[in-house]
Design a protein around this ligand. Structure first.
Ligand code: SF4
Length: 576
């Protein structure tokens, strides 16, 4: 057995036996390879439960097509099975925006496709419930989280009910799962009943009645009603979105097929540093040794990176981060991040380059309301769109301090920032918002890019940008001028690479034509345009399905014809 064996959570019965385990508390099934690194949720949940004293095994990418031996190999856990599809929704992982099957998979050794089923959460859970009907199955991760209520599924082109129905799962954990999973394990450990489990925040489950307690609650329109009336679906979504962006969301009940999906509100956002615990666990920071050094591209991309925070208050219409991680940013302490950086720097094969000091939006580190009492009553979807909230502390000083300290660590030659930024947090079309933002942009360009700074204006036309929840194109024009100035003074020949999206709701061929002839883009290297993919639980996917903008409730143009979608995208390349 490899010397690394005891560093990993067991993935085979033999490994569990060698650890001397005669029982296992929790068995986690996942659609990804097992990569023992804090960027992968399965490793985080496994390590966290382990730190609480539980015995945890992992079954990565179980074979669902044979005699199901992967599902039986550990037998029944003492407490529960946990199931997720992996880091991504399995349908996004499998199919392109044109619904073509992808030939590779970044989360699988050697990129081999076909190692997880479509709708992995549902398939794994159905198998487990059939084999072990009495053992609780808890589903979580992005696929379960964003399908917790009725949602539009682009791949089947229809509305689907909560994933709780099809999968047969006992409970669904949405968002970042550490806190609810800790409570679930503790309740099951002490023999608590289902009624106790249903009090846990941040879970969803099926019930025979809507929520009836004395806490604030909302009753959504039924699945049957939204199926026959698109506007009702849009209104339901608008309620869910507003609630999920509040500090104290309501209890949500959604009638569906004679039952009710109930969603308990999440835990309150914790103070800075609270999430350190999850990053400070003893990860090996490697893929399990069973993969024998095979290339896993998702791992190669993040192995020398650190995540500084969770959550995003940007509220881009096409993005799922705030629906999953929450709107309120929760940051790690500087000490915890520096500890992780030192650990990377001390590893044998480290060449001196940190690939990313980032997060869902790299420059939101430590940003939050100056007066949290105001935030606690706030109903805004975004803290920076359509304008930066006066109560938002958008200082970039904590991040500048962190970058400086990172570069002082022995062995680190340079640290890059490859996660996306929201540039409207430090400038608008008229100029910088404050001095810290100005210093930040200069520092970012000169010391944290590899010569190519990727930014995402997403479009040039304000009407399309509005439907995306993105700042006006004038902000990008100012950013570009500043970028060129900084490079000129710093004598750098760096490139600015803007990213765009075609076929987003509201975007016509005329808008793409206008984009392609925009004067501000002359001389700019254009290489990235992404065809819009409607993913569950986003404003954009709701607009795509219904042809109604969930913010204005007005009709919106949607390009659904695959040929025309292709033309929107290729038009861009033909022009440049
Ligand atoms: S910073 Fe402003 S927009 Fe953001 S939650 Fe607080 S009050 Fe609301």
């Amino acid at each position: 057995m490899s010397r690394n064996f005891k560093g990993f959570l067991p993935v085979t019965k033999k490994e569990a036996d060698l650890l001397g385990w005669d029982y296992i508390d929790v068995i986690l099934f996942t659609g990804d390879a097992y990569i023992d690194h804090p960027s992968f949720g399965t490793a985080v949940i496994g390590r966290y439960l382990q730190s609480l004293g539980y015995r945890v095994a992992i079954v990565p990418q179980p074979n669902w097509r044979d005699d199901l031996r992967d599902f039986r190999k550990f037998g029944k856990p003492r407490l529960f099975f946990g199931v997720n599809s992996g880091v991504m929704d399995s349908m996004i992982n499998h199919y392109t925006a044109a619904k073509r099957l992808r030939s590779d998979d970044a989360y699988t050794p050697d990129g081999k496709a076909g190692q997880r089923p479509d709708y992995a959460v549902t398939v794994y859970t159905q198998i487990l419930k059939k084999l072990y009907p009495d053992t609780p199955v808890i589903i979580g991760g992005v696929e379960a989280s964003l399908r917790r209520l009725a949602h539009y599924d682009y791949w089947e082109d229809k509305l689907k009910p909560s994933v709780l129905f099809e999968s047969g799962a006992d409970l669904l954990v949405y968002g970042m799962g550490e806190k609810p999973v800790k409570e679930i394990a503790a309740i099951l450990e002490r023999g608590g009943d289902r009624a106790e489990l249903l009090q846990i925040p941040q879970i969803a489950y099926l019930s025979d009645s809507p929520y009836k307690g004395d806490k604030r609650s909302v009753l959504l329109d039924s699945f049957e009603n939204v199926l026959s009336d698109k506007e009702r679906f849009v209104r339901n979504f608008a309620i869910v979105e507003q609630e999920s962006n509040m500090w104290h969301p309501a209890y949500i009940s959604e009638p569906c097929m004679g039952r009710f999906v109930r969603v308990n509100p999440p835990y309150e956002p914790g103070p800075d540093g609270e999430i350190d615990t999850y990053y400070d666990l003893p990860y090996t920071r490697e893929p399990h040794f069973k993969y024998k050094g095979k290339h896993i591209s998702a791992y190669e991309m993040i192995k020398n990176s650190v995540n500084t925070h969770r959550g995003c208050f940007g509220s881009c219409s096409f993005c799922t981060i705030s629906a999953h991680q929450g709107k309120f940013v929760q940051s790690r302490s500087e000490d915890s991040i520096l500890r992780e950086l030192s650990l990377i720097a001390s590893s044998e094969d480290f060449k001196g380059y940190i690939s990313d000091i980032g997060g869902p939006t790299a420059n939101m580190y430590k940003m939050k309301g100056k007066n949290l009492d105001i935030c606690k009553k706030c109903k805004r979807e975004s803290c920076n769109y359509p304008n930066v909230c006066k109560n938002l502390d958008h200082s970039h000083l904590p991040l500048l301090k962190l970058y400086k300290k990172a570069e002082e660590i022995k062995g680190i030659k340079k640290s890059f920032v490859s996660s996306g930024i929201r540039y409207d947090l430090f400038l608008n079309e008229k100029g910088y918002l404050d001095e810290s933002g100005k210093s930040y942009f200069k520092e970012l360009v000169l010391n944290h890019t590899s010569g190519r700074l990727k930014v995402a204006p997403e479009h040039t036309e304000d009407v399309v940008l509005k439907s995306m929840g993105k700042p006006s194109f004038g902000s990008f024009v100012f950013l570009k001028d500043e970028f060129e100035k900084i490079c000129r003074i710093g004598q750098k020949r760096y490139q600015l690479i803007p990213y765009f999206i075609s076929s987003h709701p509201g975007c016509t061929m005329e808008h793409m034509r206008a984009l392609s002839s925009n004067k501000a883009l002359r001389g700019v290297r254009l290489e990235q345009v992404q065809d819009f993919t409607p993913t569950p639980m986003t404003r954009s996917s709701v607009a795509y399905y219904a042809g109604i903008d969930p913010v204005t409730l007005k009709n919106i143009f949607v390009e659904k014809d695959m040929e025309k979608k292709k033309r929107q995208k290729s038009f861009f390349f033909n022009k440049f």
